[in-house]
Design a protein around this ligand. Sequence first.
Ligand code: AMP
Ligand code: MN
Ligand code: MN
Ligand code: MN
Length: 284
Amino acid sequence: MTHILNADLHCHSVVSDGTLTPEALAQRAKANGVELWALTDHDEIGGQDRAMAAARDAGLPYLTGVEVSVTFANVTVHIIGLGFDHTQPALVAGLKQTRGGREERARDMGADLAKVGIPGAYEGAMKYVGNPELISRSHFARYIVEAGFCTDTNAVFRKYLAEGKPGFVPHRWASLGDAVGWITGAGGVAVVAHPGRYKFTANEEFALFTEFKAHGGQGVEVVTGAHSQADYVKYAEFCREFDLLASRGSDFHSPDESHTDLGLLPSLPGGVRPVWELLEARTH
Ligand code: AMP
Ligand code: MN
Ligand code: MN
Ligand code: MN
């Protein structure tokens, strides 16, 4: 029987909204048995050199990674990029532009949260931010738990930060075509992240995958922390229907917050082709 590779191609460090450094993540991945790893910070590749060096030190094969925030049909969709040249100028500039709106959005979130009785949330969130260009809802959630308004970050999202809740500030991220173009233009492979999390109708989801393919996207996350067993089956079927390759990643953020640890998730279902088969030449 052929060996099933323990690939974990989705996680976050302090360079975005994770709580561990790239170095600590590399060691944790290795200790958990990961055999191919990618750090995929939100809209940010500033941690790639550190992750790659730490992976090399740990004897852990590495692919460059990123998770790009996209607005599609007025919904935020995440697109993972893997195996790109992280010095490619259009990718670097596009991600910088995508990050640009976060500061103003965070100030607006702080003002809106003050109106519902949570003062000082912007300043409080900033205490948790590791990268001043990447203030995220996760940092607000950590502060709101610290301040005693909720007992855990999931509850904060449900009550304050999910779409339609008082601390949610709508934001326009990158377009689908731009995000896929930056990734493929830098030699990488684009993957739809955690499709089971979006609240699309069947028609909207069909449109997402059709347009994603038309822009040059090649992969879909089938096994990921937020997916159920039914999602594994559904998106393995999407791989066949749309001729896509399957990816796998925990979406690990923090030992205290994440349900799924690095490398500790089911294997891809049978009958799909793993996305890493396309990326052998891009492995560090
Ligand atoms: P942002 O990019 O600032 O909108 O923040 C998005 C991040 O918030 C995601 O990547 C998750 O880490 C986190 N997040 C979103 N929804 C939830 C939720 N329901 N529970 C916990 N974390 C969430
Ligand atoms: Mn996140
Ligand atoms: Mn995501
Ligand atoms: Mn993620």
